[in-house]
Design a binder for this molecule. Structure first.
Ligand code: GDP
Ligand code: GDP
Length: 434
């Protein structure tokens, strides 16, 4: 499981600045699309061999105006779900009443946290920290988030106690791991029950907190799958729990553990921002992806047209993913999902030969050479496979630092087309010097 780190603090102490430093998007696509990143409070970060989830709990003010109310919302849930809490304070402003209140609140909840004094740029770090001794916290980190100073040391030190993340999960014994994700009420539970149908189902339940998904082994036509159920269907049934709350952390963990993600949307409500946010997470994780628009039953023809044109307009950038229109309730279209899942998994894990990749590269270069930068043209020589799920294509050459992201994206699209890699993103990595 990826470690979950929550950033807590009064407004303006620098939480979102630190969040941005920690999560600078790995995927140019996500970084370039303002609609996808705006207002996002959950991000993925990488540090050495570690990957982690970071949450910006923007909502907590710590002001006198009822901290309980403020903490009762998403922010509190985020804190509950976090493995580590970082309490940010402003080294320039010094200790504020809100800081003390937040410390009391965290202590009352028995949540371990670290104190991070931000904005120490231009200050004597010792002096900047001394004001906060009154909080009664032994030790603190001192950083300047907007300059990136101390940020690496901070995150490395926080992550030291967590095991390093695996690379993209290999399917166990060729058991394809499928996660069904989507915002609340799109029909995840209904779909999961449908997918499992009357198949032989073996459930192994984890000791459950809300952030754990349930992993369900099942077979279909003799092929083994593992379903990662974020909706808590089976648990609800077994343990008679109340309906579990939707949790973004759980969703992110499920995406991370999956080979193929089925992102479920609600055709009766159209495409909403939260769908796009979840999509952004899928893209960033590099998982194979199947899009499913649910509740297609009972929609008027105009509604269907509207949804289709909206998808075409706003999801053009994930053209690698196939879209299915289904009714989880009635079962229509659901059978096709398995074919899509299998195809996406096959594309995401297909062996790719150096010869073939290099030939495609040469054609791509002939068709459209990299742009000149400062009178020089980068040289790209050969390509080989560098990873699966998602397929990574490593291209060796010289001057690759000058190659703009748009050209890398052109290469990604060209490889995807030439190899007919549908259902999975393709990542191109450029390397100079050998
Ligand atoms: P949030 O409300 O806690 O998310 O705070 P923001 O990240 O929006 O930062 C509030 C202000 O503090 C912004 O104007 C930032 O540019 C500034 N800021 C953040 N980190 C630093 C820092 O390390 N040094 C200085 N001098 N300013 C910072
Ligand atoms: P979840 O929160 O994503 O797990 O969503 P549920 O599976 O609990 O479904 C939410 C509501 O949508 C329930 O009332 C379902 O009966 C309904 N629903 C689910 N799938 C469909 C569908 O294909 N068509 C229609 N009309 N309703 C559906």
């Amino acid at each position: 499981m990826l470690p979950v780190i929550a950033l807590v603090g009064r407004p303006n102490v620098g939480k979102s600045t630190l969040f941005n430093q920690l999560t600078r998007s790995r995927d140019a696509l996500v970084a370039d699309l303002p609609g996808l990143t705006r207002d996002r409070k959950y991000g993925e970060g990488v540090s050495g061999d570690h990957r982690f989830i970071v949450i910006d709990t923007g909502g907590i003010s710590g002001d006198e105006a009822g901290i309980d109310a403020a903490m009762a919302g998403q922010s509190l849930a985020a804190i509950e779900e976090a493995d580590r809490v970082l309490l940010l304070v402003d080294g320039r402003a010094g200790l504020a009443a809100g800081d003390e209140q937040l410390v009391r609140e965290l202590r009352r909840r028995g949540k371990p946290f670290d104190l991070v004094v931000n904005k120490v740029d231009g200050l004597d770090p010792e002096v900047a920290a001394s004001d906060f001794y009154r909080l009664g916290i032994e030790d603190c980190y001192r950083i300047a988030a907007s300059h990136g100073r101390g940020v690496r040391a901070l995150i490395e030190s926080v992550l030291v106690s967590f095991p390093p993340a695996d690379a993209a999960p290999e399917a166990e014994e060729d058991r394809v791991r499928v996660a069904v994700v989507g915002r609340p009420n799109v029909g995840k539970s209904t779909l999961v029950n449908r997918l499992l149908g009357e198949e032989r189902v073996v459930v192994f339940d984890q000791p459950g907190t809300t952030r754990d998904s349930v992993f369900i082994d099942f077979e279909r036509d003799g092929a083994p799958y593992m379903l990662i159920d974020t909706a808590g269907v089976r648990r609800r049934k077994n343990v008679r729990e109340t309906v579990e709350k939707f949790s973004i952390v759980k969703t992110l963990q499920a995406i991370d553990k999956a080979n193929v993600v089925v992102l479920l949307m609600d055709g009766s409500e159209g495409l909403v921002d939260q769908d796009l946010h979840l999509l952004g997470h899928c893209i960033e994780a590099g998982r194979a992806l199947v899009l499913a628009v649910n509740k297609w039953d009972g929609l008027e023809p105009e509604q269907r047209e509207r949804m289709k044109s909206e998808l075409e307009r706003r999801l053009r950038f994930v053209d690698y993913a196939e879209t299915y229109f289904i009714s989880a309730l009635h079962g229509s279209g659901v059978g096709l999902l398995f074919g899509a899942i299998d195809a996406a998994y096959e594309a995401a894990t297909r062996p790719l030969s150096t010869n073939r990749l290099t030939r495609i590269l040469q054609d791509a270069l002939a068709e459209h050479p990299p742009p000149m930068v400062a009178g020089r043209r980068s040289k790209l020589r050969y390509a080989h496979a560098g990873g699966r799920n998602p397929p990574v294509i490593v291209i060796h050459g010289s001057g690759t630092d000058n190659i703009p992201a748009s050209y890398r994206r052109y290469l990604e699209k060209t490889f995807a087309r030439a190899l007919s890699l549908s259902g999975t993103p393709v990542r191109v990595e450029l390397r100079s010097g050998d």
